[in-house]
Design a protein around this ligand. Sequence first.
Ligand code: P6P
Length: 324
Amino acid sequence: MTSGQRPTLRDFLATKWGGNGQLAGLDAVVMAIAEGSRQVQEQVQSAALGGALGVTGEVNVQGEIVQRLDQLSSDTFVQVLSGSGFVAAIGCEEIEHPVIVSQSKPDSYIVLMDPLDGSSNIDVAVSIGSIFGIWRKTGAGDATPSSLLRPGNEQVAAVYVVYGSSTVFVVATQNDVNGFTLDPKTGAYFLTHPDIRIPEKCAYYSTNEGNFESLDEATQQAVLKLRNAHSQRYVGSLVADFHRNLLKGGIFLYPADVKRKEGRLRLMYEANPLGFVAEQAGGAASTGYRRIMDIMPEELHQRTPLILGNKDMVEQSVSLISGG
Ligand code: P6P
């Protein structure tokens, strides 16, 4: 099927969501993310030539050195989301406090994002990505910081983008996950992965084996069981590892360990959005002890252990980790 016969993201959303009053304005938010990702894809592709690789010299709220592309992508997505008219507040990995967008429309949304995930891979041309969790704004008036501290089970949609051998845009709503591929010539996304469901068979496991000795005994047993039955694939970019596992079957683990008792990955803009996508595609997301999306967040940048992907394998790993 040529791109000429494939629906664009815009047409798909109009057809799929047009009549659903519950999702009013959500297409404007998703199209803003799509536009931002188109700009970020160009920034990523031309970074080396345009001197945008490397670091800004700043350290972000995570205590991590800010890559120039981290800052650029954060600025890009804040701009397009704020301009959509349907976003009331933005939480961002690169920004310590929430960005409150005043005078947003009554039926507007809250967006939590990791604008560019996988920073350590930027300078070596390995796949990176962007991640977005979307909640409906509740209450009258402008959003407040507490508007962003919502459990993942209240998300209405989630989006991630993989900047890899192609740029793939995956959008999930209840029981509906679809992937679109960017045509760099036109800047349009075309439907290429309709009705994504995570395969029953788990082909891969993804974890940083360098942390093995830091894991507790029960978690080591879970990793050993996976090691003996599946191929190991680990890119070091959560979005790339998750996307492969979503399409081909797999499980991703970044458990708690002695160095990271709360885990390494962030709850609000990594674990919750990808956990939402996983569950809508028939998968699962756990801390190793509880469902990710049931966590009531206490702060914007809190971290969590993450076991994510094929439902049976997540459940088996959780059973070993938690002794349940
Ligand atoms: P490690 C990238 O910085 C990231 O946040 C995720 O994309 C990735 O899965 C993880 O960190 C990699 O962490 O400790 O294995 O380098």
